[in-house]
Design a protein around this ligand. Structure first.
Ligand code: SIN
Ligand code: MN
Length: 268
């Protein structure tokens, strides 16, 4: 899937790009059909919310689930990263499904991903980004991602290591800074149906609130990095900060439906 020059310009100016309805209902049915089994697994890569058994994130799923193994190599997800990062030698720095579970999904504090990639993993430069795929609807109630548009232009901001608020340690930005940034840029929260994509810069400031609704807000994230910008510190487990820097080899665009036809006899 090729982005248009206008879409590339929007990403560069705003720091994000929302693309509704990129994957079909049949493709999404294949993906979401895997989720209960993934979140039910008792393994280190599936982390739970603090003080509850609700799933928070499932990491490195591309290595232990065949369907998500294809998703990690899907051209509709990877090709926009190739275009925006300007290289066809990209590897998967991180691959996770955030559950933001109905009633139990907890916050993600305001942060830039590059702050964590820099401070924890010693990633040399912010030439890395996120490609998100909505696996469920994200609406105004169920804790959608919130962005401060254009904040990526400020570079890496001062951050503190938050190891207490949630079950997942994160380098977060203080409230005074967020107030100042929001006065300048406001807040947006792109919302849409499953199958929508959200692309955002490694330095874009973002957060999400808790989910008090009966609607889980599942989002898949591919964090893509230049192979020549690989991390240099291996403090975090490889399933959180991948040490396999092999370039992603994309699959054909119809790989999911072909798999569904071959394995499930699903309508496709
Ligand atoms: C993240 O910032 O990495 C995740 C935020 C979210 O899924 O709400
Ligand atoms: Mn983040």
């Amino acid at each position: 899937m090729k982005l248009t020059p206008d879409q590339i310009a929007t990403f560069e100016t705003e720091g994000y790009l929302f693309l509704p309805n990129v994957f079909s209902a049949d493709e999404m049915a294949l993906l979401t059909g895997e989720l209960p089994g993934i979140f039910a697994q008792n393994r280190p890569e599936v982390i739970r919310e603090k003080g509850s058994n609700a799933p928070r994130s499932a990491f490195y799923v591309q290595t232990w689930n065949e369907v998500f193994g294809m998703v990690a190599r899907h051209p509709r997800l990877v090709e926009p990263g190739v275009q925006l990062l300007g290289s066809d030698k990209l590897y998967m720095h991180q691959f996770k499904i955030n559950a933001k579970a109905a009633f139990d999904g907890a916050v993600w504090q305001w942060h830039q991903d590059y702050a964590t990639w820099f401070n924890d993993d010693d990633m040399p430069t912010p030439r890395a980004m996120n490609i998100a795929l909505f696996l469920a609807e994200a609406n105004e109630f169920n804790g959608p991602l919130m962005f401060i548009p254009r904040s990526h232009r400020l570079g890496r901001l001062e951050a503190g290591h938050d190891v207490t608020t949630t079950s997942y340690p994160l380098w977060t930005i203080d409230n005074d800074t967020i107030q100042r940034l929001v006065e300048q840029g406001g807040i947006v929260a792109p919302k849409g149906p499953p199958g929508s994509m959200l692309l955002f810069h490694g330095n874009l400031v973002h957060a999400s609130g808790s989910n008090l609704t009966p609607w889980s807000r599942w989002i898949l994230y591919l964090s893509l990095n230049h192979c020549d910008n690989a991390i240099r510190r291996f403090k975090r487990a490889t399933w959180i900060a991948n040490r396999d820097f092999t370039p992603i080899d994309m699959l054909p665009d119809d790989c999911l439906l072909a798999y569904a036809r071959a394995h499930r006899g699903a309508a496709a």
